[in-house]
Design a binder for this molecule. Structure first.
Ligand SMILES: [Ca+2]
Ligand SMILES: [Ca+2]
Length: 287
């Protein structure tokens, strides 16, 4: 449990409720070397070059993309592939597996039941870099069973004493948090945007070790930045998606899609691109 989190975290209300344009999903680019046989009217048969798409979506993090769970598996799966090829696959056990194959933000998504569903990635020494970006699509469908909130992507010590990162959702009101816990203290912030149910949002949590700033983004726009005095700690526990690690602890209720963990602090323009929006380089703002 993350007891006392609400009072321990510095909360800043930005209050910018974003207009949503359902046309702004990340575009799926067709391969430039797409071939349609002469005389064939069946353009639907065109093959999408997934390598081209992967290169495009990997670009902001480059070689620092540590984990990428597309969550594109069909329902019934107990293993979700890490698309980076690094082997950080997500696993779930019977009864705690989300429903996969649901309509998603990028391809298909997984639906977490708000009770006990979660996907676990084993600990690795590569998964607590000095700077990081956690980026994910979420669609809240209801309120989870734990009043403390719903964990989206977390990495913590096995005894809950430290968290390397903790991106979660408050239920009342429904807002995203970007925090970590070091030396017994929570650091971080809460986004101002009130999240509506049954609507996709792109969330990002960024820590920049050069500036000691922890920032939270909603739909590609910076909401809050907090200066911290202690860096995120290394932790020996697993990464958990959709919960806080044990049965019924902070279960997320809704869809989660396209989880990325980068070992670098992405710039605002990169976060904007990941959210499928256009970056105005003159105004330095996500449109
Ligand atoms: Ca379940
Ligand atoms: Ca997906």
């Amino acid at each position: 449990m993350v007891r006392g989190l609400a009072c321990a975290v510095a909360v800043v209300f930005v209050g910018c409720i974003l207009d949503w344009d359902s046309d702004r999903w990340p575009d799926v680019a067709l391969s430039p070397d797409l071939h349609v046989p002469d005389g064939s009217p069946d353009l639907d048969a065109a093959v999408i070059d997934t390598e081209v798409i992967d290169a495009a979506v990997k670009a902001p993090c480059g070689p620092n993309l540590l984990v990428h769970l597309k969550l594109d598996e069909p329902n019934g799966t107990a293993s979700f592939l890490d698309a980076t090829g690094s082997g950080h696959d997500g696993k779930c056990a019977t009864g705690t597996c989300p429903i996969a194959g649901e309509a998603g933000a990028v391809g298909t998504a997984a639906l977490f039941d708000g009770l006990d569903d979660r996907v676990v990635l084993s600990n690795s020494t590569t998964l607590h870099p000095p700077s990081f970006t956690i980026a994910v699509w979420v669609e809240v469908t209801g309120i989870g069973a734990d009043a403390n909130g719903g964990a989206v992507v977390i990495k913590r010590e096995t005894d809950y004493s430290k968290y390397t990162f903790h991106l979660d959702i408050d239920w009342n009101p429904v807002r995203s948090n970007c925090v970590y816990k070091a030396a017994g203290t929570w650091y971080g912030n809460t986004a101002g945007t009130l999240l509506k149910t049954n609507r996709w949002y792109h969330l990002a949590c960024v820590f920049n070790s050069a500036t000691s700033e922890l920032s939270t983004y909603v739909d590609g726009s910076l909401e809050t930045t907090t200066q911290t005095s202690v860096p995120p700690p290394k932790t020996a526990g697993a990464i958990v998606i959709g919960g806080n690690g044990s049965n019924g602890d902070d279960p997320f209720k809704g869809h989660i899609d396209d989880v990325r963990i980068c070992g670098v602090a992405l710039q605002p323009a990169d976060i904007c691109t990941l959210a499928g929006r256009a970056w105005d380089s003159g105004a330095k703002k996500c449109l």
